[in-house]
Design a protein around this ligand. Structure first.
Ligand SMILES: Cc1cc2nc3c(=O)[nH]c(=O)nc-3n(C[C@H](O)[C@H](O)[C@H](O)COP(=O)(O)OP(=O)(O)OC[C@H]3O[C@@H](n4cnc5c(N)ncnc54)[C@H](O)[C@@H]3O)c2cc1C
Length: 374
């Protein structure tokens, strides 16, 4: 799935701007297809400053269905099947879990849970979700059953260790000798050229994967701030992602290996990567404590703030013109949909060199042709 041998781009000189989530996946795939790939990022191997490093790594398409439309859910469901294939091609360790997720609500927010259940009943099959009694909940997550008398269980959902994935991709980029320039600030992208650290360079194809860093190059692109906590909580026994209905935004707890927990995430219309606000800290931590009082003794490892790249309709898009492809707008669903976006991006790259269009298959709406009047 990282694309091995079915096409050959050996003559192609491809420059990828940004080594966050999409840039890394694409660089490896294109290198394996034989392209001469150069990857550029203003940051470091860890991806500091990227949305990919900040994220929670939830792969929960149905839980997102209240805030995302059917096309995102379809990409998420398909991507859940594709992730294991991608991870199998990486030598570094990555955490991937598919043991379902739970949606719960405190008494005062039970109407929202009922609304979500109605939504699932109307749009999905009864195999996709299950309403749990307290006894059934106790079997899956005993600590939750102490405080919650019911829950919705979404058995196909999962999560990925986003930072582990970023490290595994770093390792793989090094093993496969991808030419990766760090501390490389891109100030301009255009068909067939780009400007890096003040120097103009040429390429057969420029691919822009800068996320929010592309705001001045892509009309309608905006930043949506998200804040979350990384906690170490040895007394908390949760094993799968839990989402708590909340009037302002969907709060979640994602249990990671070694008793690490991600508690997030706010959603604020602002291009602002500054430290977490007191208000957000109070809301996130009290929500975690309200779900399980064992969070009281948790240690705060990190408070994280970063921006998600979003287009006007909150959908991802691959804008394609001769010499330039811009992949952006992955918003709050980057990990959820990355395998499908990657497959379509590879298709767009191949089309750029083959000069043929075969764009009527599944998810073809992702690729947008850009034409300029001469
Ligand atoms: C708080 C938070 C929680 C999230 N949780 C989830 C989740 O649970 N599940 C999920 O599916 N998604 C989640 N996301 C969304 C996901 O992280 C993004 O959709 C995804 O990372 C976008 O990938 P990208 O490659 O387009 O951008 P990024 O990952 O942001 O990568 C962009 C890269 O471009 C580089 N760059 C930018 N500007 C320049 C420049 N001028 N020059 C050189 N390099 C540049 C950056 O350094 C960065 O490395 C979350 C995001 C946030 C912020």
């Amino acid at each position: 799935m990282l694309c091995k041998s079915e096409c050959n781009l050996s003559a192609a000189n491809i420059a990828i701007m940004g080594s966050g989530l999409m840039g890394r996946l694409l660089a490896l795939s294109l290198k394996r297809l034989g392209a001469r790939v150069k990857l550029y990022d203003q940051s470091d191997q860890k991806g500091r400053g990227s949305a990919a490093r900040a994220a929670a790594g939830l792969l929960t398409p149905l839980s997102e269905s209240l805030v995302a439309d059917k096309s995102i859910i379809a990409m998420g469901v398909k991507s859940l099947r594709l992730w294991p294939e991608i991870l199998a091609q990486l030598q570094g360790y990555t955490f991937f879990q598919q043991q379902g997720s739970l949606v719960i609500a405190h008494q005062q927010d039970r109407a929202q849970l009922a609304h979500f259940e109605q939504h699932l009943t109307r749009h999905y099959s009864e195999n996709d979700y299950q309403k749990l009694t307290r006894q059934q909940l106790a079997v899956l997550e005993p600590s939750l059953a102490k405080r919650f008398s019911c829950a919705l269980f979404l058995p196909e959902e999962g999560q990925i260790g986003n930072r582990k994935l970023m490290s595994a991709l770093t390792k793989q980029l090094i093993i496969e000798q991808v030419d990766w320039q760090l501390s490389a600030k891109i100030t301009q992208v255009a068909p067939y050229y780009f400007v890096v650290n003040g120097e103009k360079k040429q390429a057969d194809l420029v691919i822009d994967c800068r996320g929010t860093g592309a705001i001045n190059s892509l009309e309608g692109l905006r930043a949506v701030r998200g804040e979350l906590f990384q906690l170490f909580a040895p007394e908390v026994t949760l094993t799968r992602p839990v989402r708590l209905m909340h009037p302002r935004y969907q709060l979640y707890i994602a249990p990671k290996p070694k008793k690490h927990f991600v508690v997030g995430a706010t959603e604020i219309e602002a291009h602002d990567n500054s430290e977490m606000t007191v208000r957000s800290a109070l809301e996130l931590l009290s929500a975690a404590y309200s779900v399980d009082s064992a969070f009281a003794e948790a240690r705060i490892l990190e408070q994280v703030s970063a921006c998600r790249p979003a287009l006007m309709n909150n959908h991802p898009a691959i804008f394609k013109q001769q010499g330039l492809i811009q992949i952006n707008g992955l918003y709050r669903h980057g990990f959820l949909i990355a395998p499908v976006v990657l497959a379509k991006a590879l298709q767009a790259v191949k089309q750029s060199f083959e000069r043929v269009n075969h764009n009527n298959d599944e998810f073809s709406y992702l690729i947008k042709e850009v034409y300029h009047n001469a």
